[in-house]
Write a protein of this length. Structure first.
Length: 762
């Protein structure tokens, strides 16, 4: 099955989309798939390079600023542009720039190599003067050397003796993309970088910048080597960019190796020195050696992560594409996470949301627990900010995580759909518990998880209250952003219950297994014994709204009393509703932007019987617009859970190729990371029905009739499992490790390497 995603597009609109689709990244840096040679001047493009978490601080302007509204927010910055390599063809005064939009494009293909971890453009071009040549552009962002963005170009003459000038540049004059009419994109494109150094030395071209307010520094060091002996080099600098200009006659195949090393002051104190030494270390490797290292990394990744779909090439392409981009975007240093658009674009200003914990961590936890740990560590690293925010928000203790952030402080200026989404704190707690269940990694739990669980549990005691013997949580917003500021959002309550329950459980576990550590932790948190009892009684008494007539869980206390949105009277071009109606209009109706209660049923399924889950699914399906890309995958997973495999399949199609086919129309701003994780979940937790519970793994396998079968891998407590479902049955094979406890359709099995499991499909 193919490991390539290919395109032959040269039109400007598709190239704009491909800037996201073909981006290169490694969790630290991300480079959009812009063209080395650029585009015609009037073409729309978002030329971008990013360092995960590299931001400036910008003021939030308010008409009426009330207490504890955040004063400023972080904003991911577009950093210096080192992508530029222009190739000029012809005699001195008649040079013509090689471009997809001039001369004659005889052949053009662009490929993303998912197994090699690189992208490639293969161009056969003829200038208007008749010079003909082939150019192959390869690029990778290295997983081996995190700071390296590598471009490697092969030029092959078709005509004889072509005069060529190549200009390689590093440009410090960059801005972020802005769109005042779309709340999902920044509305401000002010230049926030000051160039502090621009130089050329024998080490290469160097551009250093500093942000205006956060005072973070970044540097890019770029070197270019051409394989031809007859090339003459020259350097030019102005205030904004450094250029290396190379002249030669192209009479045989030559290669150009451009290496740009990028680093920032949150990782390195002395940027110049660090980059020089990283460059020198990497100089020991040729491009093909670095390519091999890249491929080795990818081979290991795919060995643990690959999903195959038999009988549907388009879906196969999509699932690998999605997994690959998740890897490219995941912060791996414990200081960063995965932004809503990963490192592929600037949408949502590079902020981290609950998307990571609920949509992305399931995949990492079950396939690459090492990476999952890093993402969880990031949340631990901002726990102090969450504690401060809880106090600022009027709570006496506990941790309230920000709705959107980079460094840990709240970046949402619209509290009804921002800060009010208190559920993010329970989502983070949930992801620690799931990681623990998947790995049994008690030391990580002890070092990081316990504190997060206890502090978030405290938040629920602070924000909720007992009323008539029930524990209730008022004035919050659930995941559905078309309903705001409500009492007893089912999702929030059930997740808070899980949080409170597990905080007690883990606390007792640590207390028993390591009393010294427990004592130290208790004293660090000034935690009183009665608090644990309080957590348990709140969990036990948690009010979970249920409507007996409809046999569903209402989304909140008043949801069902509202009028249902006039779907018939809403023209198709009025979606997404958020771009066409004032929030208050939307809030007055029963209409959901995304899965809310249905998602809660997935995350904590044992809280409700089958019939309530099914009736709720039916109910919410009719009033959900899926205006958020976080929705269809949940309806796919839960469709499979409640017995609608065909429906599950239809929703799955909407998620799988959402970016490849630009279904939401805004892929240019960046890829939809949560949805990409959701695709994995729709297969593994949807069609295979995987749930992670205290007593082992649970499956409810089903096979959509459109497929011949599917296969995936998961890691469970140090054991690697291969799971497949084909017409001859559902199979689980232990590839490494001792034995595993499984439940299939609620029946218990134990499998070992010698005894794989095969069950005939229902
Ligand atoms: C969704 C949120 C999500 C955010 C970032 C919004 O449109 O409603 O649930 O966290 O996008 O992906």
């Amino acid at each position: 099955m193919s490991w390539k995603v290919q395109s032959n597009a040269t039109d400007i609109d598709t190239l704009l989309l491909e800037e996201s689709l073909f981006f290169n990244g490694n969790g630290y840096i991300g480079i959009r798939g812009n063209l080395e040679e650029g585009l015609p001047n009037d073409a729309k493009t978002i030329r971008g390079s990013y360092i995960n978490g590299f931001h400036d601080i910008v003021d939030i302007p308010y008409g009426e600023k009330l207490y504890a509204f955040p004063e400023n927010q972080q904003k991911l910055l577009n950093i210096m542009d080192a992508q530029g390599i222009e190739i000029w063809i012809g005699e001195d005064n008649q040079r013509e720039k090689l471009s997809l939009h001039s001369g004659e494009v005889l052949d053009y293909t662009r490929i993303l190599h998912l197994d090699k971890g690189m992208t490639e453009r293969i161009l056969h071009w003829k200038s208007t003067k008749g010079y003909e040549l082939k150019v192959n552009f390869k690029r990778l962002v290295s997983f081996h050397t995190r700071e390296l963005f590598h471009q490697f170009i092969t030029l092959t003459p078709v005509s004889m003796n072509i005069p060529i000038q190549i200009i390689s540049s590093v440009n410090g004059e960059v801005r972020n993309f802005a769109d005042k009419d779309d709340p999902r994109v920044s509305s401000d494109d002010e230049n926030r970088l000051t160039i502090t150094n621009l130089s050329w030395t024998h080490e290469g071209s160097l551009v250093e910048v500093q942000t205006k307010a956060s005072k973070l520094r970044a540097a890019a060091l770029s070197t270019v080597t051409v394989s031809s002996n007859s090339v003459s080099y020259r350097y030019e600098m102005n205030k904004l960019s450094v250029q290396t200009i190379m002249d030669m006659i192209l009479s045989e195949e030559i290669t150009l190796d451009k290496r740009t090393f990028i680093a920032d002051s949150t990782r390195y104190e002395n940027l110049q020195e660090s980059l020089f030494s990283i460059k020198n270390r990497t100089a020991l490797f040729s491009f093909s050696e670095l390519m091999n290292l890249q491929q080795d990394y990818l081979t290991t990744f795919w060995g643990k992560t690959d999903v195959t779909i038999d009988g549907d090439d388009k879906i196969q392409e999509a699932i690998r594409f999605n997994l690959y981009h998740l890897l490219q975007s995941a912060g791996q240093d414990g200081k960063t996470s995965i932004a809503a658009k990963g490192l592929s674009g600037e949408g949502y200003e590079g902020h981290y949301f609950w998307d990571t914990e609920i949509y992305l961590l399931p995949m990492f936890t079950m396939t690459n627990p090492d990476l999952a740990r890093k993402l969880l560590q990031y949340r631990y690293s901002i726990l102090d900010s969450a504690r401060e925010r809880a106090i600022e928000m009027g709570h006496k203790k506990g941790a309230l995580y920000p709705w959107r952030t980079i460094t840990g402080t709240e970046c949402s200026s619209y509290y009804p759909a921002g800060t009010a989404q208190y559920h993010i704190s329970a989502d983070i707690a949930y992801s620690y518990v799931q990681y623990y269940l998947a790995t049994n990694d008690k030391s990580f739990l002890k070092e990081f998880g316990t504190e997060v669980l206890l502090e978030t549990a405290r938040l629920w005691i602070e924000v909720g209250h007992f009323y008539n013997g029930e524990f209730r949580i008022d004035t919050v917003t659930g995941p559905d952003e078309y309903t705001a500021i409500v009492n007893n959002n089912y999702y929030t309550n059930v997740m808070a219950k899980y949080n409170l329950h597990w905080a007690c459980k883990i606390a007792r576990l640590v207390q028993n297994e390591d009393p010294m550590h427990w004592k130290a932790l208790k004293s660090k948190l000034s935690l009183e014994e009665f608090e644990l009892e309080e957590f348990q009684s709140a969990a036990d008494a948690m009010y979970l709204p249920t409507d007996r007539t409809l046999n569903i869980n209402p989304q909140d206390d008043t949801f069902l009393q509202k009028e249902i949105w006039d779907f018939e009277g809403t023209p198709a071009e009025h979606y997404p509703l958020l771009l066409h109606y004032h929030p208050l209009t939307i809030y007055r109706y029963q209409v959901c932007k995304q899965a809310d209660t249905v998602l809660a049923h997935f995350l904590v399924e044992d809280e409700q019987p089958e019939d309530i889950m099914k009736d709720s699914y039916n109910y919410y399906e009719t009033i959900t617009t899926h205006d958020s890309s976080l929705s269809s995958c949940v309806f796919s997973m839960m469709g499979a859970r409640v017995g609608y495999v065909d429906k599950a399949y239809d929703y799955f199609l909407e998620t799988a190729r959402l970016d490849l086919d630009n279904i939401q129309g805004n892929t240019k701003d960046g890829l939809h990371m949560a949805n990409m994780g959701g695709t994995w979940m729709a297969i593994v937790a949807g069609f295979a029905g995987l749930r992670l519970k205290e007593d082992g793994l649970y499956f409810r396998p089903q096979l959509p009739k459109q497929w011949k079968g599917y296969t995936f891998h998961i890691q469970y407590q140090d054991q690697l499992l291969q799971v497949s479902n084909h017409s001859d049955g559902f199979k689980v094979k232990l590839l490494s490790g001792g034995q595993v406890n499984l439940h299939i359709w609620d029946k218990r099995y134990i499998i070992s390497a010698e005894n794989p499991l095969v069950i005939t499909n229902r």
